[in-house]
Design a protein. Sequence first.
Length: 224
Amino acid sequence: MATRTIYSITLALVALLIISTTAGVYYYYEYGQATQSKNQYVGELTTVMGQYNQLATKYNSSLSLYNETFSLLVGTLAVVNTSLPIYQQASRELSHLWSQYLSMKPASSSLHTADILINFGNGTQHWYNNTQVQPGWNMYIETVVLSHGELQAQWYPQYQEHFISGIDGVSNSKSMYWFLWTYNSTASWQVAQVGADDLPVYNGSVFAWTFCGETPSYAPTCSP
């Protein structure tokens, strides 16, 4: 009886040893697989991070080229008449590139936003709310961008200003003219005291263009 008991215990211990050994081998195999997968993921992550850094470098380089191009185009538009061929090319390119830039710019880019109204005097008016503007731009350049270059203006070097005579195909006549307005919460709408070239567009600026007649004292007969 005692021999059978010892034999049974021995069998149980051998079975337990076999089970423990099998479980150990299984978990060791699983551990090896997990370690291999981890190393593979780390390698893939390292490769992806390297590719990301390369793309980020190229991306930032592209944004820098955009900014340089903007400066060249704005500098050209700032001193030419709209009747010159170079104006048509530069203004359209500026509007096109600006749209592309806004679609790809990083969230960290520091741009101004402004609200701008264009009132054509015939019941048609367009509000361009929260319009994104490059810091340093003035109201003349912003009008070029908003109108996609559909602007008529004469450049006067002695005053360093443009006289705007047409926007989006609506031109001055003997009795109707374009007037530029500024707005603030204290004085509401006021006719601009300087030309569009001398009005920088700050964050939160509100401006308007209106097309209407004028009084004998050259005051506009309309308001935004």
